[in-house]
Design a protein around this ligand. Structure first.
Ligand SMILES: O=C(O)c1cc(=O)[nH]c(=O)n1[C@@H]1O[C@H](COP(=O)(O)O)[C@@H](O)[C@H]1O
Length: 269
């Protein structure tokens, strides 16, 4: 199934726009997760506790690679796909490189890790994005206006009467989306920019990080970014969910945090 239909089905069946980000910090894990399978076991506990509340999971590549735990990334994705096949998995690796190398990164995400979608840095241009979008059933989520404090320094630069991030949104919506599988990353910390991007990209789905630990405002995000039918957003929270408690009740606390986020978002849909 095409990624956007798959996502849409999940938005509706779970009645949720919440994405739980899997950003493992082993030093924050409660006791009992220190063996060599600990990252996977922690993720599994989080997934089992939250699966009915989410529209997607987003494992963050660097958090696995930095501790040589790529095998546990693969196992985590495989676990979601086998136990909860209705939930899309977005691999957050923010790849971007010349076309020949980009095609290897696309294989990495879609063939090796079996992700349903991947985050991609589009600032090298169309030939570096195409190797991802050629996987017609998979999703390609382009960094457009990111959530970090320094995002405006380059992304808001004026490029002939409009900011650079708007050019990315325009290209994504009008020139790069032949296979109807392109989406955009827009940070929750930039609601004004989000509203402008929504006007450019129609009902294209947006991945929205920056809620929770980065302080984004849910009402502002929904006001700026929801599509006409009350969906259109994949609202990610990682640390605020994963580390809601540092005790043995971490999975229950993660569930409570996810449920509260889902309910708060749904108030504004
Ligand atoms: O592409 C992303 O997921 C992303 C883009 C962006 O603009 N800002 C951003 O925070 N992210 C990712 O979203 C997650 C946010 O984590 P928390 O701040 O803990 O919720 C991290 O995995 C970031 O790498």
């Amino acid at each position: 199934m095409e990624f956007i239909s798959y996502l849409r089905q999940r938005w509706l069946s779970a009645d949720s726009l919440v994405c739980v980000g899997l950003d493992p910090y082993p030093e924050k894990f409660p006791a009992g997760f220190s063996d060599q399978d600990g990252i996977f076991q922690f993720n599994k506990a989080i997934i089992d506790a939250t699966h009915d509340l989410v529209c997607a999971y987003k494992p963050q590549f660097a958090h696995f690679a930095a501790v040589a735990a790529e095998d546990q990334l693969k196992k985590t994705i495989h676990y979601i796909k086998s136990q909860y096949p209705e939930i899309p998995v977005i691999l957050d690796s923010k790849r971007g490189d010349i076309g020949s190398t980009a095609s290897m990164y696309a294989k990495e995400a879609f063939v090796h890790y079996q992700a349903d979608a991947v985050t991609v840095n589009p600032y090298m241009g169309v030939d570096t994005v195409a190797p991802f979008t050629e996987f017609t059933d998979k999703g390609t989520i382009l960094l457009c206006r990111t959530s970090n404090p320094g995002a405006a320094q380059l992304q808001n630069l004026d490029v002939g009467g409009h900011p650079l991030y708007e050019e990315v949104a325009r290209l994504a919506a009008q020139e790069w989306n032949h296979n109807n599988n392109v989406m955009l990353v827009v940070g929750a910390t930039a609601p004004e920019e989000m509203a402008r991007i929504r006007r450019i990209c129609g009902d294209m789905p947006m991945l929205v990080p920056g809620i929770g630990a980065q302080g984004g405002d849910i009402a502002a995000v929904l006001g700026a970014g929801k599509a006409a039918d009350g969906t259109g957003l994949i609202i990610n929270s990682s640390r605020a969910v994963l580390y809601a408690s540092s005790g043995d009740d971490f999975a229950e606390a993660a569930r409570a945090e996810t449920l509260s986020l889902k309910n708060e978002i749904n108030l504004y849909r």
